[in-house]
Write a protein that binds this ligand. Structure first.
Ligand SMILES: NC(=O)c1ccc[n+]([C@@H]2O[C@H](COP(=O)([O-])OP(=O)(O)OC[C@H]3O[C@@H](n4cnc5c(N)ncnc54)[C@H](O)[C@@H]3O)[C@@H](O)[C@H]2O)c1
Length: 361
């Protein structure tokens, strides 16, 4: 049993549910600096081992791993503290929102021998898992191009105090999902360009950074990809579109994984078309509270994957290096929004003394 502590009980609520339902993990303690939040979760889950002091959780010798769900700009500090305290780490996406701490985080993980897994939850969703499996089994041949999007009406998120801070960027918070998919299939992206803007709705709310963005990517072998994200306007009906979708176009077929809709379609090398829609029991496993804005099932899947990897001495992916590679790409995307010019990922890495080998991780 992997003994877990959870930091940050907003989205950490999903991880509480995941850990409490899993036979591979034991929830040992949770922490939020907001006492009311601790009490709310204690009551919700009938789980009363909580603290408002992160140090108390760090100093608890029972805990093997700390799972971190604090606001994006605090992740680097909280991960460093956990590693220094001798704990393995799960850090939610986006891993970090700036590469300044990347080298230190990699070194700290190496020197302490403690693992960092990045909670790119979307990979652990049913349609994404099936798409990956079919791809690895060669059903669509070699990849030609990948298109990924995350479009959501997240105007509710603007109520959170940190959403309107300069530090909050949907580029990191939202696009880390589709960008992770791009890197999962096309790890060697070398250049990106794109445009972004703050929508009229975002401006009215006082948002500081882009909420509407489109990007294209080029890999070292010449293959291309695209990603888009729109967060402050209504979306299409789910029957017509998907909030988060990844399309793979291969030499012999194509596939599409639609995230919230639990829907997957593939045309394989023989020309056969298949559409899979998962039913109610799967839906209930993934979405346990508040409609589809929270999804504990993916978290349970990744908690159990991490538990298995740790038990068998394997690395759980995305690991710290893969996570840094994705953040480098996000940082290059941020740069192209500012300059209107294509940006090379290696130039960004060089600015932070990070070896370009990280992209091969
Ligand atoms: N699919 C996903 O993987 C997914 C989904 C949603 C959110 N997230 C991530 O989860 C993180 C948190 O997002 P959220 O929506 O829960 O935000 P939130 O603001 O609702 O919750 C953050 C919580 O962290 C607590 N906190 C802040 N600083 C703290 C500190 N120093 N010590 C202890 N507690 C502290 C706050 O009191 C708050 O309860 C973000 O990084 C977000 O990107 C991931």
């Amino acid at each position: 049993m992997l003994k877990i502590g959870i930091l940050g009980l907003g989205e950490g609520r999903s991880t509480m549910s995941a850990a409490l339902h899993s036979s591979k993990c034991e929830l040992t303690m949770v922490c939020d600096r907001n006492l009311d939040m601790c009490k709310k979760r204690a009551e919700e889950f009938n789980f009363h081992s909580y603290t408002t002091e992160y140090d108390e959780m760090l100093n608890n010798p029972e805990i093997d791993l700390i799972a971190i769900y604090t606001p994006d700009h605090l992740h680097a500090t909280h991960v460093k503290q956990a590693l220094s305290a001798g704990k393995h780490v799960i850090c939610t996406k986006p891993f970090i929102d700036d590469l300044s701490d990347a080298v230190e985080l990699i070194q700290l993980s190496e020197s302490t021998g403690k693992k960092v897994f990045i909670g790119q939850s979307s990979r652990f969703f049913e349609p994404a898992k099936r798409q990956r499996k079919d791809f690895e089994e060669g059903l669509i041949g070699d990849l030609i191009t990948i298109e990924a999007q995350y479009h959501a009406d997240h105007r509710w998120f603007l109520e959170k105090p940190w959403a309107l801070e300069q530090a909050f960027k949907w580029l990191y918070g939202g696009l880390s999902h589709p960008v992770d998919f791009i890197r999962w299939y096309l790890p060697n992206v070398e250049e990106v360009m794109g445009y972004g803007m703050i929508s009229a709705n975002g401006q009215k709310a006082g948002l500081k950074n882009e909420d509407t963005m489109h990007f294209i990517f080029k890999a070292t072998d010449g293959r291309i990809a695209r990603v888009s994200g729109c967060y402050t306007g209504p979306t299409q009906p789910a029957q017509r579109d998907s909030g988060m979708s990844t399309i793979l176009r291969g030499t012999g077929g194509a596939s599409q994984a639609d995230y919230h809709e639990l829907r997957y379609a593939v045309t394989d090398k023989t020309g056969e078309e298949k559409i899979v829609v998962w039913g109610d029991s799967t839906l209930k496993y993934y979405f346990r509270f508040e409609g589809q804005s929270h999804h504990a099932g993916e978290y349970q899947n990744y908690l159990e994957y991490v538990a298995d990897c740790l038990e068998n001495g394997k690395t759980a992916y995305p690991d710290v290096k893969e996570g840094v590679g994705t953040v480098a790409l996000l940082q290059a995307m941020d740069r192209t929004l500012k300059t209107g010019m294509p940006v090379k990922i290696n130039d960004i890495l060089a600015e932070f003394n990070i070896s370009p080998d990280i992209l091969k991780a």
